[in-house]
Each structure stands twice: as structure tokens, then as C-alpha cells.
Design a protein around this ligand. Structure first.
Ligand code: FES
Length: 90
């Protein structure tokens, strides 16, 4: 028996591109579901960084969300939310 996928009911903007996501989903989970693994670059060595712990401890998922640096794994998606993956490494 196949489980029916939940309808995608929300959309967020990621660097100007609209992606669909589900209510209750974290921003990190929405990005990973789109195949986006590189969330930012490290400030010193400029290497790609992405979520690691998915429970709010490592800070590797800290990105610009609606104008503030926030942990993507601890931030629930909201309709029209703006996520910036560029320039969020400061
Ligand atoms: S993935 Fe570790 S704090 Fe978000």
C-alpha cells in the first residue's frame, strides 16, 4: 500500500526562487528536500557548510531568514518566508 504524499501547502523564497514546503517543516528540511545541501560558507576558509545535527546544537545551518541569522533546523517555514543562502556567512 502506498502512502499518499501530503500536499505542499506553503511556499518560501530561496534567493528569489519559490520552493514548496509543508506546514510544520523546518527551513533546513525544506532546503534539503530540494537537494540544497550547501547553506553557507565558513567565514575564515570559505568552505561550504550545511546542517549537521538537525537539533539546534551545531549552528552549521545558520542562515539569513527574513533578515536575521537563524538556525534553519530550528525555524519552521512560513508562507512567503525569505531565505538567503548568499552572504549569510558573516
Ligand atoms: S543543523 Fe545543527 S544547529 Fe541546525
Amino acid at each position: 500500500m502506498h502512502r499518499k504524499m501530503a500536499a505542499r501547502e506553503l511556499s518560501i523564497q530561496v534567493d528569489g526562487k519559490t520552493i514548496g514546503c509543508e506546514p510544520g517543516q523546518s527551513v533546513a528540511s525544506a532546503l534539503l528536500a530540494q537537494g540544497i545541501y550547501r547553506f553557507r560558507t565558513s567565514p575564515n576558509d570559505h568552505l561550504p557548510r550545511g546542517p549537521f545535527c538537525m537539533m539546534g546544537a551545531c549552528q552549521e545551518c545558520a542562515i539569513l531568514i527574513d533578515g536575521s541569522i537563524r538556525r534553519a533546523c530550528q525555524t519552521e517555514v512560513a508562507e512567503g518566508m525569505r531565505v538567503c543562502l548568499k552572504g549569510a556567512s558573516a
